[in-house]
Design a protein around this ligand. Structure first.
Ligand code: PMM
Length: 287
């Protein structure tokens, strides 16, 4: 999995929520066969990693207990891993991560960046696996009240640096660390757009950066009807692809998406056009 972290090509993480209540795919993959089947399809569509989660992190969601979360994800991880599919476990609980790693998961995707469970660093260190440290300020029920920043990019950068420093102090190897700005987590739509616009300031931290815009509500708000009704999740795919490709062009290492095929295709186009860089300037004579 260290090869994956060092990968040059943009990495595509496919989302597989085994939950009844996630905002986009909640309830669709609660049955084991449906979940495994979807994981296999994500891989076939071009996912480098399938991200399995057993607890909804949408704003306002109630927490489930660790046993319920573990029971949801373990059978799915076992089967996907046995099929040779690289898996990340989307959890902020050390116990769940430990069980998932034992069941074959390769990466820990921790939306709390190690803040929610003091034992997570030990679990990740013992496993020697990559660890996604996402920017986070609090659990789903309280995150809306925590979306207050001076300069959101500077603040997220500082807080992510603190998570990285704590991980390094806990003995996590630098090459195992991936950072993530955590779009939508204690962030308003304005914050998400500001982070997207100034992503190079976070890429500059020097760690691979994962970007997760897929189907999030700020896209629904951008694409709202004339009467202000947000576009439903099913109509946010083109915007997801656009934001994901722009993030990669701005230096992101990977993107986390629900519809892998569309984003993988768009990234293939981006690669084929010679990896254009935002810093490239077009002079009059080149047109
Ligand atoms: N977003 C969600 C869940 N897990 N993990 C990372 N690293 N980054 C994210 O942006 C992220 C995440 C919420 O979306 P979902 O409910 O569709 O999974």
């Amino acid at each position: 999995m260290t090869e994956l972290v060092r990968a040059q090509a943009p990495v595509v993480m496919g989302v597989l929520n085994v939950t009844p209540d996630s905002f986009s795919d909640g309830g669709r993959y609660a049955d084991l066969d449906a979940a495994v089947g979807h994981g296999v399809r994500l891989r076939a569509a071009g996912a480098d990693l399938v991200d399995v989660g057993g607890e909804s992190t949408r704003p306002g969601a109630d927490r489930v207990d660790a046993e319920t979360e573990t029971a949801r994800v373990l059978p799915v991880i076992r089967e996907l891993s046995a099929a040779g599919i690289p898996v990340s476990i989307d959890t902020s609980r050390a116990r769940v991560a430990e069980a998932a790693l034992a069941a074959g998961a390769d990466v820990v995707n921790d939306v709390s960046g190690g803040l929610a469970d003091p034992d997570m660093a030990r679990v990740v260190r013992d496993a020697g696996c990559p660890w996604v440290l996402m920017h986070w300020r609090g659990h789903s029920r309280e995150m809306r009240d925590l979306a207050s920043y001076g300069d959101v990019v500077a603040d997220v950068r500082t807080e992510l640096s603190q998570r990285v420093d704590e991980a390094l102090t806990a003995g996590i190897a630098a090459e195992k660390i991936i950072v993530d700005p955590g779009l939508g987590f204690a962030k308003t739509a304005v914050h998400n757009w500001e982070l997207s616009a100034r992503l190079p300031e976070l890429v500059d931290l020097g760690f691979p950066l994962l970007f997760g815009s897929s189907r999030k509500s700020y896209l629904g708000r951008l694409l709202a009807d004339a009467d202000g009704t947000p576009r439903p999740t099913s109509g946010r795919e083109a915007a997801t692809i656009a934001t994901s490709v722009l993030a990669v062009a701005a230096g992101a290492w990977g993107v986390r998406v629900h519809d892998v095929r569309g984003t993988a295709d768009a990234l293939a186009v981006w690669r084929a056009t010679g990896r254009p860089c935002l810093a490239t300037t077009v002079r009059e004579g080149d047109r």
